[in-house]
Design a protein around this ligand. Sequence first.
Ligand SMILES: Nc1nc2c(ncn2[C@@H]2O[C@H](COP(=O)(O)OP(=O)(O)OP(=O)(O)O)[C@@H](O)[C@H]2O)c(=O)[nH]1
Ligand SMILES: [Mg+2]
Length: 295
Amino acid sequence: MRYAVLVCGPAGSGKSTFCKSILTHLETQRRQAHLFNLDPAADPASFEYEPSIDIKDLISLEDVMTELGFGPNGGLLHCFEYLLQNMDWLEEEIGEYDSDYLLIDCPGQIELYTHHALLPTIVSRLNQLGMRTCGVYLLESQFMEDRYKYFSGVLSAMSSMVNFEIPWINVMSKMDLVTPTAKDSDEADGARARNGPRGRRDIARYLDPDPHLLLSAAPTGVHSNPKFHALNQAIVHLIEDHPLVSFLPLDLTSTDSIETVLSHIDYTLQYGEDEEPKETSMKEISQIWNRGWKS
Ligand SMILES: Nc1nc2c(ncn2[C@@H]2O[C@H](COP(=O)(O)OP(=O)(O)OP(=O)(O)O)[C@@H](O)[C@H]2O)c(=O)[nH]1
Ligand SMILES: [Mg+2]
């Protein structure tokens, strides 16, 4: 069985850093993992690990823009269309990687996840090639500093999950930057209500989205428009009726935190469950038997 982790999320959410940290962590566990760069605009100098597979070997955004006259966003879509037309290239590239982890570092253009069909089609082709794939969607912790921004992040995670229809994990990245500002408090309204979490219990309301955070956000300027309030009510109902999104916190400065996220990925991918059971030697059987006999 082959395993692929599609690392996606908004620009700057920490996708490439996440791939690097997971690769380092897997290396210390002596597990085989490879990087697949799926960003045709990525700067090669930015990779600490040389990608084993690189879309830029097939097509680069720079070439598409200079040779075909596309802009950056249209050019990106063209690159993925081109990849879809050349899936035999990808099949050949991943041919050698068996029972290993393939970490797919994606670009940060959010529309690729929320409503375009190109990436989901590429993923379903990977599944046809026998890869068990899961999505890891990163949202950076700064989103928690503004409740409106935070809920736009929750909705983008939700629409990505619906768009891809694959096993999915949402991660709140850069948790090392979160410093709860005050003690736990039930105070919901007031001038500070649009600010980030206050206290550890408050953080939990962001990791497992509490839609009432949105209703209790302090309205300012355009936000006091009654239509805006009605829209928020509709979003609250949507999240209450479809509680699809929750976030695993990730603090890359903590090995335990990386380990927890990795174990969720393993579980989601059912990593290792298809391995052949290890044959037990006669010597081991007799040791087990003796232990049982003595106890
Ligand atoms: N403090 C902190 N900074 C981080 C963390 N992860 C990433 N960063 C920083 O955030 C910035 C963006 O990180 P990247 O890993 O390049 O983010 P990305 O999602 O790959 O960005 P794009 O590919 O451009 O969409 C860099 O300056 C990183 O050093 C983290 O866990 N904690
Ligand atoms: Mg990146």
